[in-house]
Design a protein around this ligand. Structure first.
Ligand code: GH3
Ligand code: MG
Ligand code: MG
Ligand code: MG
Length: 291
């Protein structure tokens, strides 16, 4: 459901808008001046702002300016100005601030409704594309692009506020043989099953991604090495304890895991160190966790 914030200093205007929009099924919040609007925007994201311009203290243009200047949030939030200021200069100012529309009061609610519908349909489409761009099609896990962005973001965060970052690289053992024996379609089934085990093994806030063909990556924040090794060990064990029915045969699947804690420095070094640990796990017999 789309979320809309109505910002207007006149109680009647605000109440009328909120009631109309609620009836259309949108989730509507209300702010009666610019400062309150900014406070709400500190806490929550909205799909659309309906902004009055003339308000005491902080006018609608200034609210829009601050919203657009926010370093990380609200970049995608759509803005419609709803105002009695009808001069071309005001319209231009509103549009130059990045508003998608500028509607002058008095207005016909049916027109506003139609415009909002078009804008929010577009927002919906963009959200779907964004999810698709960050999702691995086969397993439904995050894809490599998303994982990479999360790793970069995590390094930026710990540079400001230190906390432990743990990286797990996981690679299915002898997967080529599974493909060769049972075919690629069955191989894909194995990847989906393993992905499910990984997703269930960690919390919703942990990043779990498909990093390559039969290689996965997990990023855990704020956990100690013993905790993470225990998680890795339980993943290894669950995979090994879940043989899969492939082409009429019960086939044991195993996974090797390399774990590395971030120790400062470049992202590539950190990934390399997890990769080295994974390589050791392979070299020393597979189906094991190496730190
Ligand atoms: P190791 O234990 O050393 O990891 O051996 P391995 O056979 O797993 O390693 P290798 O890297 O030689 O083979 C990985 C195989 O994974 C090769 C490739 O055909 C298969 N693979 C990669 N992506 C996919 C995929 O999306 N679906 C399927 N079915 N197979 C894939
Ligand atoms: Mg006003
Ligand atoms: Mg591999
Ligand atoms: Mg492998």
């Amino acid at each position: 459901m789309a979320k809309i914030l109505v910002v207007d200093d006149e109680a009647m205007n605000a109440a009328l808008l909120v009631r109309h929009l609620n009836r259309l099924g949108y989730e509507v919040h209300e702010a009666r001046n610019g400062l309150v609007a900014l406070e709400i925007l500190e806490r929550e994201e909205f799909d659309l702002l309906l902004l009055d311009v003339m308000m005491p203290h902080l006018d609608g243009f200034e609210v829009a300016r601050r919203v657009r200047e926010h370093p990380t949030r609200h970049q995608e939030t759509k803005i419609i100005f709803l105002t009695a200021k009808s001069s071309i200069d005001s319209k231009l100012e509103g549009l130059q601030l990045g508003a998608i529309d500028y509607i002058t009061k008095p207005f016909d609610f049916r027109e506003l409704q139609a415009r909002i519908k078009i804008i929010l349909q577009d927002v919906e489409r963009r959200k779907k594309l964004e999810v698709a761009a960050y999702t691995d099609f086969l397993t439904g896990l995050s894809n490599r692009r998303y994982v990479k962005e999360q790793l970069v973001a995590a390094l930026q965060r710990v540079a400001i506020r230190p906390e432990p970052l743990m990286l797990m690289l996981l690679d299915l053992d002898s997967f080529k043989r599974i493909n060769d024996t049972y075919g690629h379609v069955q191989g894909d089934v194995v990847l989906v099953k393993v992905a499910q085990i990984l997703r269930q093994a960690v919390g919703a806030e942990d990043v779990v991604g498909r990093y390559g063909g039969e290689e996965f990556l997990i990023l855990l924040v704020g956990r100690t090495m013993p905790e993470v090794l225990a998680v890795a060990e339980s993943i290894r064990d669950r995979v090994a304890q879940h043989p899969l029915q492939l082409g009429g045969t019960l086939e044991a699947i195993t996974i090797s895991i390399g774990v590395s804690e971030y120790g400062g420095g470049a992202l590539s070094e950190w990934i390399h160190s997890a990769d080295q640990a994974l390589y050791q796990a392979k070299k020393t017999g597979r189906n094991r966790v190496v730190q």
